[in-house]
Design a protein around this ligand. Structure first.
Ligand code: PLP
Length: 401
């Protein structure tokens, strides 16, 4: 039974050439349950963070019914797997074919946009459908985020009023506003500040907004990055929502990716060579260690040996298996000083943007997935607390269609 085998035993049993992705569906379930019970709105899982079947199954089992997709391929995955899911296509720039497929083939009615040209594309490819939910994505500060997402998407506060009015006139159904405070957001006031800014624009535009979507950015715990409690984020968002001049029955949405899955995955990787404080591994930048290498984040690491090492911990750099010199993680990763060729290392908190980022560059990247029932890494989710009441509403500005 897998439940009694450790990641070391499981890896030894499979003995693969490449790395082993450890899947912990019970951690996805715990995070999803926490969000369902504490976030006072609808949760749309950002599929890009980890589209693995075991993740999707665990989310569904925990009651998550909303999925934020970035492509028609992700829409197809969710629509085929969960015909009753609510799918929101939240990428602000989509190909015409992707819009058409999402709408006609997979029943997607919710689309994000940040320009008039994208609005025209959505209306054209959905044959001017009147029952769309159109969500205007705002550019907001990424100051609080370890990985800001500011440069690429979002309408500015200056341009937003005219776009909001145009969208309001195009859709008979729902108008939403959204933003992304950046991934791994370490400050709760980032959400509040973004909501205040969007609120000022809504009031200025004089439109009725039906949905406030606070996007992703909810954090996980990594070495050197211990965020405030998740409940503080929820409270900041709840307070911000109460202050917004939106429809009386406006809905609150969120699109967490990282926060739902980070704790649920890790990678067991083998040391192929040691050179001083540098360890050459069978996984790296083009495998599951994207954030460790490209963003230079530290991740929790532990040596897996049948006989635990008694050596002191020492800082190590990691190199991946490819010939590319970007395939390097400065860490430092704290591991026993006697680590050697053939040792297995488990690198934790890799459930988000881990296997999802893997490529087959240089012929590497084949990753075996094994399920484990343990919970060895720090968690954002303690006991599930009581349900937060739905925020009270302020009155919306005069309706404009
Ligand atoms: C539109 C959108 N929503 C949600 C997310 C998920 O963000 P996170 O994983 O930081 O929660 C992303 C990530 O890039 C995104 O682009």
């Amino acid at each position: 039974m897998d439940s009694v085998l450790s990641p070391l035993d499981l890896t030894a049993r499979e003995a693969p050439e490449g790395p082993v992705a450890i899947a912990r569906p019970h951690r996805v379930h715990a995070a999803a349950t926490w969000f369902r019970e504490n976030f006072p709105g609808d949760v749309f899982y950002a599929v890009k963070a980890n589209p693995s079947e075991w993740v999707l199954d665990a989310l569904w089992a925990a009651g998550i019914r909303g999925f934020d997709v970035a492509s028609d391929t992700e829409a197809a995955l969710i629509a085929r797997k969960f015909p009753d899911a609510q799918i929101a296509f939240m990428h602000p720039v989509k190909s015409r074919r992707a819009i058409a497929r999402a709408f006609h083939d997979y029943g997607v009615k919710t689309f994000a946009l940040d320009s008039e040209d994208e609005l025209e594309k959505i209306l054209a490819e959905t044959n001017g459908a009147k029952d769309l939910t159109l969500v205007v994505r705002f550019a907001v500060s990424g100051d609080g985020a370890a990985y800001p997402l500011t440069r690429k998407f979002g309408v500015t506060a200056e341009e937003a009023p005219s776009l909001l009015r145009k969208v309001r006139q195009s859709s008979e159904e729902m108008l939403g506003v959204s933003f992304h405070v950046g991934s791994q957001c370490m400050r709760t006031d980032a959400f509040r500040n973004a909501m205040d800014m969007v609120n000022r624009v809504i009031v200025n535009a004089g439109v009725v907004v039906d949905i406030v979507d606070v996007g992703g950015g909810f954090p996980a715990i990594y070495p050197g990055m211990t965020p405030p409690p998740m409940m503080d984020y929820v409270n900041a968002i709840k307070n911000g929502f109460e202050e917004m001049f939106v429809a009386q029955n406006a809905k609150l949405w969120a699109e967490p990716g990282r926060a739902l899955v980070a704790e649920a995955g890790s990678t067991v990787t083998r040391v192929e060579l040691r050179k001083g404080d540098a360890l050459y591994l069978n996984d790296g930048a083009f495998g599951t260690l994207f954030d460790a290498t490209h963003l230079n984040w530290a991740f929790p690491a532990k040596l897996l040996r049948q006989e635990p090492s008694r050596a002191k911990l020492a800082p190590f750099r990691l190199y991946g298996p490819t010939c590319d010199s970007m395939d390097a993680a400065a860490g430092p990763f704290m591991l026993p000083a006697d680590i050697q060729e053939g040792d297995l290392i488990e690198i934790g908190s890799l459930g988000a943007y881990g296997t999802a980022m893997g490529t087959r560059f240089n012929g590497f990247g084949e990753t075996v997935t094994i399920e484990s029932k343990d919970s060895p890494w720090p968690s954002m989710y303690g006991e599930v607390s009581s349900v937060v009441a739905m925020p009270k509403r302020k009155r919306a500005p005069k309706k404009q269609r």
